[in-house]
Design a protein around this ligand. Structure first.
Ligand code: UDP
Ligand code: MG
Length: 253
């Protein structure tokens, strides 16, 4: 059997999507994503982690599996929370590279394709930024934006980075990078900071490309900034301690 050498070169992409009570958003999110990945001929799986939703998310997902044949559905029975749900997917994906994407249409499938092309250049990770030329946010709540910019500025200064959007979860990693940044500690939204910061501190290479973010049309945001502030602080300090005191024990081999 002769294998097409071009096909051999293509990496399989896993898209891990945590979903908690997203029955309204998920059909549009997945159909747009699937159409884009098919159009681009990207070998992939779409791995949705239903985070024990109380609405009909699971039923909707099961129905969608009839039309989206690359859709893999898991239910995270618990413990629940954004970080646990994403980690559930990160323990189970089958691709060579993995992207974390939201269920609420906030991340663009076109950006995902750009991340995928960029990672082929050999980077260990591809991070988007909404705050560079070419990046954009639509309908971003003002209070959240202020907190976001201050938090990312602090991270930038403390870790001496040029990169200014660590807290957005929508990013892409090679599977070796994911292995190299374990074990994961964050149960909640602070995982969004843990993944890129650990990758950076441990010496994994990353490219930054512009991306867009759009506020959800359906349902409500589950991010409670008050409950998360100290957790973000904890994981930032953890990464800082690792950076300066671990004597490189966890660095990329
Ligand atoms: N999510 C989850 N479990 C949770 C909270 C959120 O799986 O306990 C999912 C949610 O369905 C969405 C993503 O995580 O796909 C981000 O949540 P949300 O959009 O509410 O956060 P925000 O955009 O406000 O930061
Ligand atoms: Mg959202």
């Amino acid at each position: 059997m002769v294998l097409n050498p071009d096909l051999n070169l293509l990496m399989k992409l896993s898209v891990v999507i945590p979903a908690y009570n997203e029955s309204e958003s998920i059909p549009e999110t997945l159909s747009k994503l699937y159409a884009t990945l098919q159009r681009e001929n990207i070998p992939h799986e779409i791995l949705v982690v239903n985070d024990n939703s109380k609405d009909t998310t699971l039923e909707v997902l099961t129905e969608l599996q009839n039309t989206i044949n690359t859709l893999v559905v898991h239910t995270n029975q618990g413990p629940n929370g954004f970080g646990y749900a994403v980690r559930y997917g990160l323990e189970r994906f089958s691709g060579d590279v993995v992207a974390v994407m939201m269920a609420d249409l906030s991340d663009s499938p076109e950006d995902l394709v750009a991340f995928y092309s960029k990672i082929q250049e050999g980077y260990d990770c591809v991070f988007g930024s909404r705050w560079v030329k070419g990046g954009a946010v639509y309908d971003y709540p003002l209070f959240k934006k202020r907190i976001n910019r201050v938090a990312n500025w602090i991270v930038k200064v403390v870790f001496r980075l040029k990169y200014n959007d660590c807290t957005n979860a929508f990013k892409m990693y090679r599977k070796e990078t994911i292995e190299g940044i374990k074990p994961f500690l964050s149960p909640h939204f602070n995982l969004t900071l843990e993944l890129p910061l650990k990758a950076i501190v441990r010496g994994y290479t990353y490219a930054v490309v512009p991306n867009s973010w759009t506020n959800r049309k359906y349902g409500e945001s589950k991010l409670k900034i008050k409950e998360m502030g100290s957790r973000y602080f904890f994981i930032m300090l953890y990464c800082l301690i690792e950076k300066y005191f671990s004597r490189g024990d966890f660095r990329k081999k």
